[in-house]
Write a new protein. Structure first.
Length: 439
């Protein structure tokens, strides 16, 4: 039986690479460019052949080729990557269901593994990880030359297990080591409640497959309790997610015009997403909260709301992740995550590396939540006076309103950005009522 030699194998491997390249190049590429690429592919094949025959240990050719593909994509930009079959499967599950990990989005920034944002109410968030923290080590292993996918794979693990990370943070003289216990990161990405009767608060932690439908349901539920007079939409520390969900969220508040458009090298990568008429939906005042951890899909929503002057953007400059990644399934179950275009806001501003500048810039001032303060001076009230007149029984809904007001007061004391957003929201509502009364 004929046994092909390694040289024979690599000869045909080179022909395969050349055929793949030749079938995907465009007519506008010059002949000289094609010849230069053929030459480089031949060199690659020769190097692989030499290593296969002479390296100190036997080489797993499949693993080496996967590494070469990862290196190729890693050299392009921080968001293009190769997803092996198990990684591609995890990626699909992440947008549809839950996963076990610590809850952060990472990227490569200045060749360093950098946190885009800790997802709200996750172990990473509770451990105090922040946007732009640089992860130097994971479980004692250096992260240099580690791509985002490889890093996320190391950070994930069984629920209840622990992972140790060492971070560098601006202002700290030495590395900060943090041990975090992994948890199930839930699918639910929307939380909504009343700040006070009529003034709602909705927080979106990421853009998953049914985020827009969840928000619609929760806003309808709130509106049944009290007619909505205003909404604070909190996108702080939201690392993004699915593009079509960002478009759908924006479409809830807009009834016409462009939401976002993309531009790439090819015409079929240029796409315009527009809003639809939502019928007789009440146009209540809207305030959107953002910060340096708001990225990608979050920036699309904030940019659309700002460009159409539909609401006021409050907080700090956003992350600036304005590129489109297309996921292409490969025959063996793997996936190719490739940057194909850039996002632009309706007023023709690029989000990439710039982000969204808030209409009202409010840096976050860290405060201790009232419930954690141990020495809070008691304020004397009427109810504390001896022989005070008893309170008159009031309706149940008014009791609930008082409870809501107390809860709101506590939150506003330690979240100055939310406090500013709430005050702006009430001002916008009063102004809209004033305009209506004077028509």
């Amino acid at each position: 039986m004929f046994q092909p030699s390694k040289r024979f194998f690599f000869f045909f491997f080179t022909l395969f690479l050349l055929n793949v390249y030749n079938s995907t190049v465009h007519a506008e590429i010059s002949q000289s460019e094609k010849e230069a690429t053929y030459k480089q592919l031949e060199i690659f094949s020769n190097v692989l052949s030499i290593l296969q025959q002479n390296y100190v240990e036997e080489i797993d050719t499949r693993e080496v080729l996967s590494g070469a593909i990862r290196g190729l994509l890693f050299s392009l930009d921080p968001h293009s990557s190769y997803l092996p079959p198990e990684g591609f499967k995890e990626f699909q599950e992440e947008t549809r269901g839950s996963f076990s990990g610590i809850g952060i989005e990472v990227t490569i920034k200045n060749d360093l593994l950098t946190i885009v944002s800790p997802i709200a109410d996750t172990p990473a968030d509770r451990a105090g990880l922040k946007t732009n923290d640089i992860i130097i080590e994971i479980n004692g292993e250096k992260t240099k030359n580690l791509g985002p996918y490889e890093a996320i794979k190391k950070l994930r693990g069984p629920e209840g297990s622990e992972v140790s990370i060492s971070i560098h943070r601006k202002g700290l003289d030495e590395l900060k080591k943090i041990v975090i216990k992994r948890e199930i990161i839930p699918l639910q990405s929307v939380r909504a409640e009343f700040l006070s009767p009529g003034f709602a608060y909705a927080r979106i932690t990421s853009f998953q497959s049914h985020t827009a439908s969840d928000l619609k349901v929760k806003l309808k539920e709130l509106n049944r309790k009290h007619p909505l007079n205003g909404l604070v939409l909190d996108l702080r520390n939201n690392p993004g997610g699915l593009l079509h969900q960002a478009v759908s969220i924006s479409d809830i508040f807009l009834d016409k015009g462009t939401i976002v458009y993309t531009k790439g090298r090819k015409k079929d990568q240029n796409t315009v997403f527009t809003a639809h008429n939502n019928g007789n939906m009440k146009k209540y005042p809207l305030v959107v909260l953002v910060n340096e951890g708001s990225a990608s899909a979050s920036e699309i929503v904030a940019g659309a709301i700002q460009a159409h002057k539909r609401g006021i953007i409050v907080g700090t400059q956003t992350f600036g992740k304005g590129s489109v990644q297309t996921i292409i399934p490969l025959p063996d179950g793997a996936g190719l995550r490739m940057t194909t275009a850039k996002y632009y806001t309706p007023d023709d501003k690029s989000i990439q590396a710039q982000g969204i500048t808030p209409d009202v810039e409010v840096p976050f001032i860290a405060c201790i939540p009232p419930e954690k303060k141990s020495s809070k001076k008691k304020i004397l009230k009427e109810a504390d006076l001896k022989n005070h007149l008893p309170a008159t029984q009031i309706a149940e809904d008014k009791v609930d309103n008082h409870k809501t007001a107390d809860k709101l007061e506590k939150r506003l004391q330690y979240d100055n950005q939310l406090r500013t957003a709430y005050n702006i929201l009430k001002s916008l509502n009063l102004f809209s009522e004033f305009k209506a009364d004077n028509k």
